[in-house]
Design a protein around this ligand. Structure first.
Ligand code: NAG
Length: 188
């Protein structure tokens, strides 16, 4: 009984403390991210073991990004079916299609990763940054305010993390690609 209670009250996600070399990799992935804290936190939440190579971290980030794209696709799908906001239907349909494409792109990226085709994988990741721009996101959807703004922000961060981490498999320096992804593709 006590075990059960403890289990229930233990937070669902427990962050693991990574070793020094792994922390250094995580730091390199996140250092130039628009939200260092979020980047660092989400990797630690998903990390199951204290030691990970750059390939393992990249795999973890790609899966996380695909899941976020898919979750957002389903979120928009539910809005369109259950709480239609007529004024926003066209924009929502565009975002619905955008997150469908993002999910499919990350399925392809996962495949390229598994084949070790890191060059093509990098190009595919950069194209997802462009796809994302088509979803405006500033929809007022009661009872939420503008839920797609935050989901887009998270997607943008995850895409940048995927690009930087994937780039690091072949190149030690992440800073160059980080600024390329952020400035060129996201116009910020
Ligand atoms: C997307 O999410 C749904 C519902 O959780 C799941 O059935 C489906 O397999 C997911 N698709 C991908 C590509 O992960």
């Amino acid at each position: 009984m006590i075990v059960l209670v403890l289990h229930i009250f233990t937070p669902h996600i427990e962050a693991i403390k990574a070793d020094g070399a792994t922390e250094a990799l995580i730091n390199s992935i996140c250092i130039e991210n628009e939200d260092y804290g979020f980047c660092n936190k989400i990797i630690h939440e998903k990390l199951k073991v204290p030691t990970a190579t750059i390939k393992e971290l990249t795999s973890l980030i790609i899966y996380t990004t695909m899941d976020h794209a898919n979750d957002t696709y389903i979120f928009i799908d539910n809005i369109l079916r259950e709480w239609p906001v007529p004024k926003e239907t066209t924009g929502l349909k565009t975002c619905h299609e955008v997150y469908n494409r993002e999910t499919n792109s990350f399925l392809e990226i996962r495949f390229l990763f598994s084949k070790g085709e890191y060059g093509r994988m990098g190009e595919a990741i950069l194209s997802t940054a462009k796809i994302l721009e088509d979803c405006r996101g500033d929809f007022l959807i009661p009872p939420y305010k503008e839920p797609l703004i935050e989901k887009k922000r998270v997607m943008r961060i995850l895409i940048t993390m995927s690009a930087v981490s994937g780039h690091m498999i072949k190149n030690e320096k992440a800073s160059l690609i980080s600024s390329v992804v952020t400035a060129q593709f996201f116009n910020i």
